[in-house]
Design a protein around this ligand. Structure first.
Ligand code: TXE
Length: 481
């Protein structure tokens, strides 16, 4: 059986624990590989390698860092098919999605930050009349930790690593133990691209063991984390007494506000995607759909027709729109919410059941599910489900829908469908979300700030924000005669 190893100091190695975790293929429920189960002593080894690599890497010219990172980007593109296949097998997502989104975006992450670092600059402030000049040094932090989740495995892993490396840090990174494969494959790509050993160290294992050891390591200067809100709170509690820099990208329960004056057909097509892309397992999916009452009945029937047309099945089939959920336990969690919705008085308009795919009966497949609700405060409309489940309900006024949109603990993204520019401006300012999409969804320019408000996290990634996060600003003040 295939073994997924750590990548420390440029070399693949087993954990010192000698223990292994099973890695499942969600499409058929079978164990297909084993993951080395790392602990604090492996994190220590990774730290030693990263610390030794730091002086050279942080003094490597920007041109050279950029050149190596562009090479990694090119190699990711060269291996598009094999990496996309690995991602689909490990995660259960449709291969078509991994080919179109996950792997190209991982390559873009490296390319973007390879270029961004050559344009990153700092300020100077001349204190005129006082013969004083200030300038700001932007220095790398040292050894930093990057911890990523299972929903967009290589995409989010590289989204953190690329800016950390570009700005001169050395890294200890941990992918999710649920989807470790593509991070494992990244090691050999880094070696082939000539990334010096120890600059990127990849530790495999569980969150509470390997992840916790990275966060708790006193010399790891910053943690960039994407994952669940509870885990984020735990990380913040661990890191706070050591005053580590933290960037936390956590859960979401994103509203979709649909007004009668929108471009209807475009809205309908995009809303199907924003509801069920990646089996609804994207923190940016629009899981609460609010529709203006005058078009509510039409939307409800058109939407249900389209959702029923989505093909649930084998991630490797070209016609599949919805693949397998990432794990059995996650599927059980999502099913629990579908049952809860009915207890709370919700009406399941379509979906709700497990799907048995021929030849893959042990896979984790669920029908895309649309639930009509009456009370926006019900739990299925308040708590993050993170699966192929959306709620819909009508609204009468802009004030009412704004109030409902904002009355959840999360604040990651919001999508607005309208052709009214005044309303666009009013709501964009009032919506409690780090990202507001108007007449579009998941439209990403990597220069823009990315992150959430409230329980969706702290800090912003993307563009220069990420380079600022991974550097320390130092003011140098020179008095001259
Ligand atoms: O995530 P975890 P889980 C949400 C979603 C999901 C819920 C739980 O609602 O159902 O979170 O998912 C590592 N110290 N999102 O339990 O545990 C872990 O190994 C350090 C939203 O799978 O947060 C993995 O690498 N690290 C989300 C990463 O944290 C720890 C994407 C994320 O896992 C750790 C995923 C610890 N103590 C889930 N415990 C999004 N924002 O996109 C775990 N980890």
């Amino acid at each position: 059986m295939e073994k997924i190893l750590n990548f420390i100091d440029g070399t693949y190695c087993e954990s010192q624990s000698g223990k292994w975790l099973d890695n499942y293929n969600p499409s058929n429920g079978a164990v297909y590989s084993q993951i080395t189960r790392s602990n604090a002593s492996d994190v220590d080894r990774a730290y030693t390698a990263a610390k030794a690599a730091f002086p050279t890497w942080s003094n490597t010219t920007l041109e050279e860092r950029s050149r190596i990172m562009l090479k990694i980007s090119n190699l990711l593109e060269d291996r598009l098919l094999s990496l996309a296949e690995a991602e689909a097998k490990d995660n259960g997502k449709p291969l078509s999605l991994a080919l179109a989104v996950d792997i190209p975006r991982a390559a873009s992450n490296f390319r973007f930050f390879a270029n961004a670092i050559t344009q990153f600059s700092s300020e100077s402030h001349e204190s005129v009349g006082l013969q004083t000049m200030n300038f700001t040094l932007r220095q790398p932090l040292g050894v930093v930790g990057c911890i990523s989740p299972w929903n967009l495995p290589l995409y989010l892993f590289t989204w953190k690593i690329a800016p950390a490396l570009a700005s001169g840090n050395t890294v200890i990174a941990k992918p999710s133990e649920v989807t470790p494969m593509t991070a494992y494959l990244l090691g050999e790509i880094c070696n082939e691209a000539g990334l010096p050993k120890g600059v990127l160290n990849i530790v495999q294992g569980t969150g509470p063991e390997a992840g916790q050891a990275i966060v708790a390591h006193p010399e790891v200067k910053a943690i960039s984390f994407t994952g669940g809100t509870e885990t984020g709170a735990h990380i913040a509690r661990t890191a706070a007494p050591m005053f580590k820099k933290l960037s936390l990208e956590l859960g979401g329960k994103n509203p979709n506000l649909i007004f009668a004056d929108c471009e209807y057909d475009k809205m309908l097509a995009v809303t199907v995607r924003s509801s069920f892309a990646n089996q609804g397992q994207i923190c940016l999916c629009g899981s609460r759909i609010f529709v203006e009452r005058s078009i509510y009945d039409k939307f409800k029937s058109d939407f249900v027709v389209k959702v029923k047309q989505l093909k649930v099945g084998d991630p490797f089939e070209a016609k599949t729109n919805v693949g397998a959920l990432v794990s059995k336990s996650h599927m059980k969690k999502v099913q629990g919410y579908i049952a809860l919705a009915q207890e709370e008085g919700g009406i399941v308009l379509c979906g709700g059941d497990e799907v048995k795919v021929k030849g893959l009966e042990e896979g984790y497949y669920l029908e895309p599910t649309v639930i009509e609700i009456e009370d926006d405060q019900c739990r299925v409309n308040q708590e993050e489900i993170f699966g192929p489940v959306v709620t819909i309900m009508p609204f009468d006024t802009e004030t009412e829908v704004l109030q409902m949109a904002n009355s959840v603990k999360y604040g990651l993204s919001a999508t607005l469908w309208t052709s009214n520019i005044d309303r666009t401006m009013r709501l964009s300012k009032e919506l409690e979300a780090g990202i507001v999409w108007v007449n579009t969804w998941l439209n990403r320019d990597l220069r823009t700030p990315f992150g959430g408000m409230k329980a969706s996290g702290v800090g912003r990634e993307g563009g220069f924000e990420a380079l600022r996060f991974f550097t320390e600003a130092k003011n140098v003040c020179i008095r001259y005669e």
